[in-house]
Design a binder for this molecule. Structure first.
Ligand code: AMP
Length: 396
């Protein structure tokens, strides 16, 4: 028993020790806010001096992510290093792995930065994904289109986000209109069959350094202009689908040997079938609701998983609807601010410059679905939900 305890607590990072974070965005900020509760110190690395994470860390290193010297000084200052987003060069992470503890590892980063590698790893693990074909040349694309047919979605393997690096192909004209440079840069692309899904859901799962796995309740997610607009928990899904989504996400975490968090985004088909669309090796926007509506937040769970603590309970304490506040919502939000009801939990990221599409903050309405949506629609902060959007959320 004592031996087991010793083994279990070997390598435990203790309160007072320092965690370094590559990236100083809102995800890092919320990890730090929760990690401080446990007594950890934080040092952040981000090019922006006044970034959301840097504002709440003990020390901030302002330098580009690929600055080897800055990365080395982060490693020196920290007992462990985490990354909070994927646009980090895996080579930097590999170097850091030789210097200090990087529990998430470079392998997961490499996989989740590359759509094709990610899909191949999922397929090898027996996880269902949309039918896809790798494409490098125009001839490959013709062949892939012959295999998968139209409609289809062409995606760059790397560098795409918020709908960038993505082309919806409905007709032959759409194919003909693809930018010619796409095939001249030796880039890897992935052609995916278009999936007429009923809704999108996601599950954030933690897997600790000891291999303990625990998932958060699934959320149903609504996107506007390719950016997450709203997440709803508990997820309005047909019977049995939420349980299958959780099992699938746990299977992803186990089969990829995740340490930390992985967010698993899925398409839900009308038949109830689930297809995994995308992974993120970190806290995820669709899991922000856990901050106010679960016994443990995804941010605390991330810290628990990497420092070697047992994972916390993920029980939902209240139904919740999370809505993002983008740059264009800021003015209306400011006007409504003094009148926000108590069950509207505000998270503001401290970004100075508001741009269209930039995530400035979010609110989580801890109330039943109907009341939460009624308040959101009446608030005047966001354009109200359309009938189609309501259908996506409510239909099971
Ligand atoms: P992704 O960058 O892969 O997360 O895709 C962004 C969004 O595009 C997804 O959330 C879906 O709404 C849509 N999308 C991506 N791939 C497909 C697909 N194969 N079929 C239908 N819609 C898709």
């Amino acid at each position: 028993m004592i031996e087991t305890m010793k083994q279990k607590t070997a390598g435990l990072i203790k309160p007072g020790q320092t965690i370094g974070i590559l990236g100083g965005g809102q995800l890092g900020r919320m990890v730090i806010l929760e990690g401080r509760k446990l007594g950890y110190r934080f040092v952040t690395l981000d090019p922006a001096a006044d970034c959301p994470g840097g504002q709440v860390s003990d020390r901030h290193v302002s330098a580009p992510y690929d600055d080897q010297e800055a990365a080395a000084s982060l490693a020196e200052a920290a007992d462990m290093i985490l990354y909070e987003f994927e646009n980090i060069d895996p080579e930097i992470v590999k170097k850091l792995e030789q210097q200090t503890l990087v529990p998430q590892g470079s392998r997961l980063l490499e996989l989740t930065r590359h759509r094709l590698m990610e899909k191949q790893a999922l397929t090898r693990a027996g996880i269902p994904v949309a039918p896809y074909v790798a494409v490098e040349t125009e001839a490959d694309l013709r062949q892939a289109l012959a295999e998968l047919g139209l409609p289809a979605v062409l995606k760059t393997a790397t560098g795409g986000y918020d709908g960038k690096g993505q082309w919806m192909l409905k007709t032959d004209q759409d194919v003909a209109a693809l930018p010619a440079e796409l095939f001249q840069q030796g880039k890897t692309l992935v052609l995916e069959q278009f999936i007429p899904f009923q809704k999108e859901c996601s599950v954030v799962v933690a897997r600790s350094v000891h291999g303990e796995v625990k998932a958060f309740p699934p959320s149903v997610n609504l996107h506007r202009h390719h950016i997450l607009h709203m997440s709803v928990a508990p997820a309005p899904l047909a019977e049995g689908v939420a349980e299958r989504a959780v099992r699938l996400a746990e299977q992803v975490a186990d089969s990829l040997g995740v340490v930390g968090l992985v967010a698993v985004e899925m398409f839900v088909l009308a038949s109830g079938e689930l297809l995994v669309n995308e992974l993120a090796p970190r806290p995820h926007n669709s899991g922000h609701y856990t901050f106010d509506a679960c016994l443990t937040s995804q941010f605390e769970q991330f810290v628990r998983a990497v420092v070697g603590l047992p994972l916390g309970p993920t029980t939902l304490t209240s139904p919740a609807v999370m809505v993002n506040i983008l740059g264009e919502h800021g003015e209306a939000f400011n006007q409504a601010y003094g009148l926000l009801p108590g069950q509207v939990k505000v998270h503001w990221y401290g970004k100075e410059i508001a741009k269209k599409g930039r995530k400035m903050g979010h609110v989580t309405v801890v109330d039943d679905l109907e009341s939460a949506i009624a308040w959101i629609d009446a608030s005047g902060i966001w354009p109200p939900l359309t009938e189609q959007e309501k259908k996506v959320i409510y239909d099971r």
